[in-house]
Write a protein that binds this ligand. Sequence first.
Ligand code: HEC
Ligand code: HEC
Length: 350
Amino acid sequence: MKSIITSSRKTVILTVLIFISMYLFLNDSHPFMGCKSEQLTTKKDTIVPWKYPDVSSLKEDGADNVIRLGRKIFLETYKYIGPDMKDSSKRFLGNNMDCQNCHFKGGTVKYVLGLVGTYSNYPAFDARSDKIISIKERINQCMTRSMNGKPLPEDSEEMSALTAYLKWLSTDVPKGTRAEGNGVPKIDLIKRAADPVNGKLVFARNCMTCHAENGYGVLNDPGNVVVAADSLNGYDFPPVMGPDSYNDGAGTYRLLTSTSFIYSKMPYNDAVLSLEDSYDVAAYINSQPRPKKENLDKDYPNLKLKPVDAPFPPYDDKFTDIQHKYGPYQQMLKDGESSKMIDPNTAVNK
Ligand code: HEC
Ligand code: HEC
C-alpha cells in the first residue's frame, strides 16, 4: 500500500513537472513561432531598430556577388526559377509571382512581412511542422505555398543566394534579438464572421483597378493577356486569386494574416479600408478558386499549435471548417485572449 501511494505521488509530481515544463516550453517557443507580441517578446528578446545595409555598400567580389544574386532572385523570382524558364531544370515556382509581392521592397518594409532580422532568429521552432527548422526550410515553405512550387534543393545556387541575401539583410540584427517591425501588425477581432459577399463589393471598389476584374493580376507585358502568365516579366500587379496565385496552404490564405496585410497595406500606398471591410475582402479573395496544396492535414501535427484561422481539418475543437475560415474567432481563442488585440501568428486553438 505504502509503495503504491509513494509511486502515485511520484506520478503526480512528475505530471506537474511535465506540465510546468510544457508551459515554459510553449511560452518560450512563442517568439520562435513568429510571434511579435510585445508582452512575449520583451520578456525574452531584445528589440533592436529596423536597420539594414544599403545595397550600394555591396562590393564587386565573390561573396557580395552571391548576395546581389540573392537579391535579384528575391525581386524577380520568376526570372530565375519561374515556371517558364527555358532550362526546365530551373523550373521551381508554380506561379509567376516574386517574393517581394508580399515581402515589399526586398523585404525591407516594416510591418508588412519585412524580413530584416529574420535570419538572426533561425533555426526556429515551426508550429506548422512541429519542429525546429532552418532558414532554408522556411524559404521552402514559401516556395511550396506562396509560390505554389517545388522546394529549392538546399545546396542549389539559388537557395544559397537567397539565404545569403537574407543573412545580409540581418547584418545589424544580432542573433537572438529581433528587429522592431517584423511580421504583420496585430489586428482586432471583429464580432461577426467575415462576409465574402460584402468583400466582393469592396474588391470591385478598391482592388480591381490594379489586381484586375477577375483578380488574376496584370502582367508586365505589352501584349497584356490576363491569364496564367507565359512571360518572364512577371506582374505589374500580382494575382490575388486564380491559377497563378498562392495556394491554399499559404499564410496569406489564413484570414487573420491576409486581413492584417490588407488592412495595413492595401490598396497599395493608400490603405484606407475599415477593419471590417478588410476582413470581408480577405474572405472574398480566399473564397475564390486557387491552387490546392496536397496533404494539408499533415500541417500542424500538434493541433494545440494550429492557428484558429488555418481552415483545414483536423482540428482539436468542435468548430466547423466555415468558422475556422471566416470566424468569428473570439470563442475559439483561449480564455482572456478574445478581447485583446491578437497577433495573427499566435492565434492558436484552445
Ligand atoms: C503570397 C505572399 C508571399 C509570397 C509571394 C512570399 N511569401 Fe514569404 N511569407 C509570407 C507570409 C504570410 C509569411 C508569414 C507567415 C506566418 O508566419 O504566418 C511569410 C514568411 C516568410 C519567411 C519567414 C519569416 C519569419 O520572420 O519567420 C521567410 C524567410 C520568407 N517568407 C521568405 C520568402 C521568400 C524567399 C519568398 C520568395 C521565394 C517568399 N517568402 C514569398 C507570404 C509570402
Ligand atoms: C494601386 C494599385 C493597387 C490596389 C488598388 C490594390 N493593390 Fe494589392 N498590390 C498592389 C501591388 C503593386 C502589389 C505587389 C507589391 C510589390 O510587388 O511590390 C500588391 C500586392 C497585394 C497582395 C499580395 C500579393 C498577392 O498577389 O497575393 C494582396 C493579397 C493584395 N495586394 C490585395 C489587395 C486588395 C484586397 C486590395 C483592395 C482592398 C488591393 N490589393 C488593392 C497594388 C494594388
